[in-house]
Design a protein around this ligand. Structure first.
Ligand code: UD1
Ligand code: CA
Length: 445
């Protein structure tokens, strides 16, 4: 039946000084909680329970948006980590298998690490705790190990001087059989420095019953938790460092890696070249051989094979750039398809539109998609040429091979192949220019 995860996300996160629940703060353009849900899914969790509390409504909404199969339970008052896990008992009633407890504010635990814990279970351990050697153990629960056997976890607040000297600390991640976990938790009391029901107390109880408990160790980088905005910035830096290396390992060239920012879900093809100062927000995919020039901001968009984007390009949600398409400097594209080999090279806004293959949008063309109340759609056929500084007032359809003269304001549909000149006709007045200037200069004297 596989294993289940219980993600603790009820805490307030007071040190964030925020109205937003801590687990919803963004890391790599995704809520902290998304990182943990992704780890659970990648490790192959059969069920995931999210324990909500502070800001519960928002956390529930986000959790279900990220994973519609997530089971949500509420911890009405935050009486400790053990109490939080107990809230998942009814959601996991009848579940036979192991449970792994994760924290919503600890985003970097790897699926491999969960795998190692599950393997320790199959090899006969009853309760497995994920530990790490802390550079600064202050504040963490300490693992009391005798050889491989974990005897107890002592919270920092409750620890003696000798116990505080222990450097192997509790990450918070625990694995045990579901029934056993809830049975052990039912025996945990709150007689400790915080008056809380500690999840960590299950170890001493399990040992007193002759159960086998052990710790699996991981790198401290994996157990890094987010408690403050400064922690969040450190976590972001750590994420980006790894993401850049991963991108390069997968065949992306980064000229200046430290200036490129990825999101949790960014997808990069091979042989993509990214110049300095590029930011990828959520939901961006880039296909093989694309070239992203310096200074770009991208979210919710798709860049096809061989496309050349930027410098100074902004692609907003729904932008879909076709193969070998070109988007040049100071161009913004939103909810629009730019067809294969089509070009929008200079100073344009394209919103709510379809641009057919091989069309060319001249410099400074604006798609006027918004009438102040509603948004409207513009459709361009293939090989359409829009002269510079034209305005396309949507809704408007322009057929294949149409040619729009420079500076046109297009308000009516254009049949295929037509030439459109929608601007005031030019008037030349013989010699008037010079006479006018002479008169003005004379006035100034
Ligand atoms: C906990 C561990 C400690 C470990 C440390 C690692 C216990 C008793 N202590 O301590 O051994 O070294 O994590 O970071 O388990 N939460 C709830 N409901 C609650 C209490 C907490 O959902 O009632 C959630 C919090 O939102 C947070 C997580 O559980 O995501 C950990 O809680 P926190 O209060 O930070 O635990 P620590 O005291 O740091
Ligand atoms: Ca903590």
């Amino acid at each position: 039946m596989g294993f289940a995860t219980v993600i603790l996300a009820a805490g307030k996160g007071s040190r964030m000084k925020s109205d937003m629940p801590k687990v919803l703060h963004p890391l790599a353009s995704a809520p902290l909680l998304a990182h943990v849900l992704r780890c659970a899914a990648e490790a192959g969790a059969a069920k995931t329970v999210v324990v909500i509390g502070h800001g519960g409504e928002a956390v529930q909404k986000a959790a279900l948006a990220l994973d519609e199969t997530a089971l949500i339970v509420e911890q009405a008052s935050q009486n400790g980590t053990g109490h939080a896990v107990l809230q998942a008992k009814s959601a996991l009633a009848g579940f036979e298998g192991d449970v792994i407890v994760l924290y919503g504010d600890t985003p970097f635990i790897s699926p491999d690490t969960l795998d190692r814990m599950l393997k320790a279970r199959t090899s006969g351990q009853d309760v497995i705790v994920l530990g790490f050697e802390a550079a600064r153990p202050d504040g963490y629960g300490r693992l009391k190990l005798e050889g491989d056997s974990l005897e107890a976890i002592i919270e920092h607040k409750d620890a003696s001087e000798a116990e505080r000297a222990i450097r192997v600390c509790n990450s918070g991640v625990v694995c045990a059989d579901a029934k056993n976990l809830f049975a052990l938790l039912s025996e945990v009391g709150d007689d400790n420095a915080s008056g809380e029901i500690y999840l960590t107390d299950i170890i001493a109880i399990a040992r007193s019953k002759g159960q086998r408990c052990t710790a699996i160790l991981c790198d401290e980088a994996e157990t890094m938790g987010v408690n403050s905005r400064a922690d969040l910035a450190l976590a972001e830096a750590a994420f980006q460092r790894r993401a850049r290396i991963e991108a390069m390992d997968n065949g992306t060239t980064l000229i200046s890696p430290e200036t490129v920012y990825f999101a949790l879900d960014t997808v990069m093809g091979a042989d993509v070249l990214i110049e300095p100062n590029v930011f990828f927000g959520p939901d961006v995919s880039v296909e093989n051989g694309a070239h992203i020039k310096a200074f770009g901001h991208f979210e919710g968009c798709h860049i096809s094979e061989g496309a050349v984007i930027g410098p100074f390009a902004r692609l907003r949600p729904g932008a879909e750039i076709g193969a070998f398409g070109k988007v040049g400097n100071f161009v913004e594209i939103k909810n629009a398809v730019v067809g294969k080999r089509a070009k929008v090279n200079h100073l344009s806004y394209v919103g709510d539109a379809d641009i057919g293959a091989e069309s060319n949008i001249g410099a400074g063309v604006i798609f006027c998609n918004y009438d102040g109340v509603f948004k409207h759609h513009t459709t361009l056929g293939e090989r359409v040429f829009i002269g510079s500084n034209s305005a396309l007032v949507s809704p408007v359809n322009i057929g294949d091979d149409a040619l729009i003269g420079t500076g046109s304001v297009v308000t009516k549909d254009v049949p295929a192949g037509d030439l459109v000149l929608a601007r005031t006709a030019q008037v030349n007045k013989k010699g008037r220019g010079k006479r006018l200037m002479d008169m003005l200069r004379a006035k100034k004297k």
